[in-house]
Design a protein around this ligand. Structure first.
Ligand SMILES: [Fe+2]
Length: 213
């Protein structure tokens, strides 16, 4: 996955300018997300997965929203359960890192969190997390064939770009292929969707919103 796309000037172009230096590129309006592996908790994954399966068994009607072909919890405080205590604290710490880099210092916030399961064919419609300071997902089970998390290019004007793909100023969508243990943080206004799941073993994650109090 290409997160940065360096602009290089070919030798032929530079030579044709007879010693003139190439124009220096400046990438404006970058969009930052954060990724970190939390595999140091891997010995806990089995009990966390069992907890989520139990949540589903106890309340099998999905909350719905943008999830289709799977189940998501109506419980929006999943990470507040004591069994997720360490994970909750760790995610809060990474939110603070992101807030710091966003120039927000250390705002007061609460984590709203829920469980998300995709059975075979399950997916999420395109959406954004309106009203949050920041949002993200922790991936607990990502079998082969899991759909990508796709971020839509957030620059309205670039949808008219003649150039498509990884070049400078080209229109592009970004596919993120998570694995179990990955924590991803991204801006709440970043539109995204999840491609259909292609395995009989479900894809299971814990999405969250950092909400102002
Ligand atoms: Fe989402």
């Amino acid at each position: 996955m290409g997160w940065s796309h360096n602009v290089t000037v070919s030798g032929r172009t530079a030579a044709s300018q007879e010693g003139m230096p190439p124009a220096k590129p400046f990438d404006l309006f970058p969009t930052r997300i954060w990724q970190v592996s939390l595999n140091r908790f891997s010995s806990r994954f089995a009990e966390w997965l069992a907890t989520i399966e139990a949540l589903r068994a106890a309340a099998p009607i999905p909350a719905g929203r943008t999830n289709r072909g799977g189940w998501n919890s109506t419980d929006n405080a999943v990470l507040h359960q004591p069994i997720f205590g360490e994970l909750h604290k760790t995610i809060r710490d990474y939110c603070l890192q992101a807030f710091n880099e966003m120039g927000l210092a250390s705002p007061a916030f609460e984590l709203q969190s829920w469980a998300n399961i995709h059975d075979r064919g399950g997916f999420n419609f395109q959406h954004m997390h309106e009203g949050a300071l920041l949002c993200g997902t922790f991936y607990l089970q990502v079998p082969e064939g899991s759909g990508a998390l796709v971020f839509k290019d957030p620059r309205p004007g670039v949808h008219n770009s003649y150039a498509k793909g990884s070049g400078a100023n080209a229109f592009k969508d970004i596919q993120l292929h998570p694995s179990a243990g990955l924590l991803v943080l991204f801006p709440h206004w970043f539109e995204h969707f999840v491609e259909p799941h292609g395995n009989d073993t479900p894809r299971i994650c814990i999405p969250f919103n950092a909400l102002p109090p």
